[in-house]
Design a protein around this ligand. Structure first.
Ligand SMILES: Cc1ncc(COP(=O)(O)O)c(C=O)c1O
Length: 406
């Protein structure tokens, strides 16, 4: 395999043309590794999604699974109609932050011990299977608006690990089985008020969404006539999409034909640009063929770089000084790829990894006992505020330490 074929040369997103604001982070007095979320960027990216949806009347939820830092959610809350959640704890946090806004929950792993609280906290719940619905119907009806998650069996994502409609997906009732239920045993679905369908991943093609909605209409028309709402999930990048017209057509098709309320619930799209990791070079190693710069952050703080290999974006890079950026842990594969810099790196140099707002902080682990990054917010005027510094006590708590404070 030559270098150009390796994962570390494959960027995840289109690089952000306006990198200056992110690059400024390398000059600031921050404790590293630092995760900085930018409130201005959150507002911009929510506004882009809002503008795209405005003519359609669809509601906008934010999928908390992508980013659940409480202060950051509080910035998001007044800008969106609600939050999408995947567990009891997310639902509690979402309800606490959003007040009267919408909380919509779906989880394949619904447990009897959590169900009652989830129903109290959620305005809507999308049951993941017919059997889940049957088991929890009595407890749910009257407390929340029950719906079903449907697997449309229409794949748009090439990588099976990221495709909600992949062959052995557990996510949602397969559409053909649901259509058969509607025909043969509709009484089983009595009480169901909505459908959730989430079938894409970082797509910039809203044509996919229109095809999906046409497919729902084709397969489930009699059921759609009885519903109150349809949630079209996340998986689309509003800012990067070339054309919002198919999105509007998809929503109109549902609203005009069936009079249902339509919701969308992106995660990545509303937060990926807002999050940056500011790191410091802690060692330089002369490797065979290239120099290696060791950062003070492990790859396990941005685990998607490893899981779905992509080349993270390193702000303000260009130039003749090329390094393999390596992470701080003992994992051999703890690497952030090859990057070029205008000046040679030194121990103490700052490196800013940009566009990592989604699925980083929520998935970051304490592997090797390396502390989670210190979290800062950045206000629209550019100033930063320290929000959370993790300590030994936090490490002790998750490891069952008997004298941990919490
Ligand atoms: C049901 C549902 N809604 C929304 C999302 C958010 O997706 P994304 O972050 O790709 O926009 C996901 C992601 O897994 C999901 O499963």
């Amino acid at each position: 395999m030559n270098e150009s074929e390796q994962w570390w040369n494959t960027p995840a997103h289109q690089p952000d043309p306006d990198r200056a604001r992110v690059a400024e982070l390398s000059t600031m007095d921050l404790e590293t590794p630092a995760f900085v979320y930018d409130e201005k960027v959150i507002a911009e990216d929510v506004a882009t999604a809002r503008d795209a949806l405005a003519p359609t009347g669809a509601k906008l939820l934010f999928a908390v699974k992508a980013f659940s830092f409480e202060d950051g959610l509080a910035v998001m809350a007044p800008l969106v109609d609600g939050f999408h959640t995947s567990s009891l704890f997310e639902a509690r946090l979402a309800r606490h932050v959003i007040g009267d806004g919408i909380v919509h929950t779906t989880t394949p792993g619904l447990r009897p011990s959590d169900a009652g609280d989830i129903f109290e906290l959620s305005d809507r719940i999308s049951f993941n299977s017919v059997s889940q619905w049957q088991r929890f119907a009595d407890a749910a009806v009257g407390r929340t608006s029950p719906g079903l998650r449907v697997n449309p069996r229409l794949s748009f994502v090439a990588d099976e690990r990221l495709d909600p409609c992949a062959r052995n997906s557990k996510l949602g009732v397969p559409i053909d089985q649901l259509a058969a239920r509607v025909r043969t045993s509709p009484q089983v679905l009595e009480g169901i008020e909505g459908l959730l369908v989430h079938s894409n991943c970082e797509s910039i093609e809203f044509d996919d969404l229109l095809r999906l909605v046409e497919h729902l209409v084709d397969q489930l028309d009699p059921m759609l006539r009885r519903l109150k709402w349809v949630n079209l999930g996340g998986g689309y990048l509003f800012r990067d999409a070339r054309d919002h017209t198919p999105l509007r057509k998809a929503v109109s098709l549902l609203r005009d034909t069936y009079g249902v309320e339509v919701l969308v619930e992106p995660g990545t799209s509303l937060i990926y640009r807002a999050g940056s990791l500011v790191t410091t070079v802690v060692d330089l190693i002369e490797g065979p063929g290239r120099d290696i710069a060791v950062l003070d952050v492990p790859i396990t703080h941005v685990p998607e770089v490893l899981e779905f290999p992509f080349l993270p974006d390193v702000a303000a890079t260009d130039g003749a000084n090329r390094y393999l950026l390596a992470g701080a842990s003992c994992l051999v594969s703890d690497q952030f790829g090859l990057h070029s810099f205008p000046e040679p790196l030194r121990v103490g140099s700052r490196v800013v990894i940009s566009d990592v707002g989604a699925y980083s902080l929520v998935e970051a682990s304490w592997f090797n006992g390396i502390s989670l990054p210190t979290v800062y917010s950045r206000a629209p005027d550019g100033s930063v505020t320290l929000r959370r510094r993790y300590r030994y006590d936090d490490f002790l708590t998750i490891n069952g330490g008997s004298h941990a404070r919490h």
